[in-house]
Design a protein around this ligand. Sequence first.
Ligand code: NI
Length: 177
Amino acid sequence: MAIKTVLKMGEPLLLEVAQTVAQFNTPELHALVQDMQDTMTSLDGAGLAAPQIGVGLQVVIFGFKKNQRYPDADEIPFTVLINPKLTMLSDEMEEDWEGCLSVPGLRGKVPRYVRLRYQGFDHFGNEIDREASGFHARVVQHECDHLQGILYPMRIRDYRSFGFAEVLFPDRSVIDE
Ligand code: NI
């Protein structure tokens, strides 16, 4: 459908709590998901939330194919997740680097829960109920944070681990979410 402009940090909509989706399998919802997919693909991101393209609804997409640029990251199936509910499956957390399409050029080390269950619906209204760990769980938490108006820099504990990707990682690319 269309590649949309991704809103950048500083935009008030990124700080709002998104509304739940009331109706599934509608032309409007399918168009939104297609726009999100086109936008995420064009920017080579691993995830995108609807508020990032200016739509205040509880819709996120994510997915990641293993490739040579990111040999350490696990593959994540492409997923459309609407009205998500997260349940942490342990108290264990770990810190790792994150980037965000709304915070271009920067990377920060963010603590996230290691294991979780996520539930919700896809755009057709089919139920989703999965458990995830590691990078998959990290991406889900990052995207669902967008629906609560939370950007990853707000979760950083040690700002010495926050900086420009080109300085931190001059030799490799890092994934944006
Ligand atoms: Ni993001």
